[in-house]
Write a protein of this length. Structure first.
Ligand code: 5GP
Length: 189
């Protein structure tokens, strides 16, 4: 989407290690009008898919998922990052490797928040190696929920997550696809 590429060109900052900072408009200070545009684009793409819930991971996905859920007229659920290892029978739990923090963490969703009757749209701010998405897919699988598709604000297509998910048969809709962050420059596909 042109609007997303334009905003990244204007306000995105490239950091060491292939990291793109977007914290002035997407995941710290948030341009809600931009998020509304993202939500409308996702509605345009997935509007006929019978979505019953929008699901993301805290914290960066929450604003995007909330406004997207409002566009669809369905609830939003965010997987919580859990520090406790207790094996609560009433939660779905999965493990995710964090690209930005270089460590593993658990994510949990209450069993009463997701079930067999749900058709889920998964959303997140970034898609890089696909670890966060695979954690959410694992939770949907445990819940018996169907996945309608995956909506991403910024896909880093020089990392394998997007291709892997498409190869697995998922409909991945990304607002912008970044093919390189080399030499501090953002290049789009
Ligand atoms: P993945 O699990 O696909 O490897 O990475 C996705 C998660 O890592 C996202 O939830 C996002 O928070 C974080 N992430 C990955 N790459 C970047 C990046 O370049 N910039 C920022 N701000 N977050 C990133």
């Amino acid at each position: 989407m042109e609007f997303m590429e334009e905003r990244i060109r204007k306000d995105g900052r490239v950091k060491e290690g292939g990291v793109l900072k977007v914290d002035t408009f997407l995941n710290h200070q948030i341009d809600v009008k931009l998020v509304r545009q993202i939500a409308k684009a996702l509605k345009e793409h997935f509007g006929d898919a019978g979505v019953t819930k929008v699901v993301t991971i805290e914290a960066s996905g929450i604003a995007i998922a909330s406004i997207t859920a409002e566009e669809f007229g369905v609830p939003m659920v965010f997987a919580k990052k859990s520090k406790s290892k207790n094996l609560d029978a009433n939660v779905y739990r999965s493990q995710v490797y964090s690209y930005t923090y270089d460590r593993f963490y658990d994510i949990v969703v209450n069993a009463n928040a997701l079930g067999e009757e749900d058709k889920v749209l998964l959303v997140d701010d970034f898609l890089a190696n696909g670890q966060a998405m695979h954690g959410l897919l694992d939770i949907c699988d445990q819940a018996g929920a169907e996945v309608a598709g995956i909506g991403i604000c910024i896909e880093k297509s020089f990392q394998p997550g997007g291709q892997t998910l498409r190869d697995e048969g998922y409909d991945v809709c990304s607002m912008a696809k970044v093919k390189s962050l080399e030499n501090g420059q953002v290049e789009f596909e």
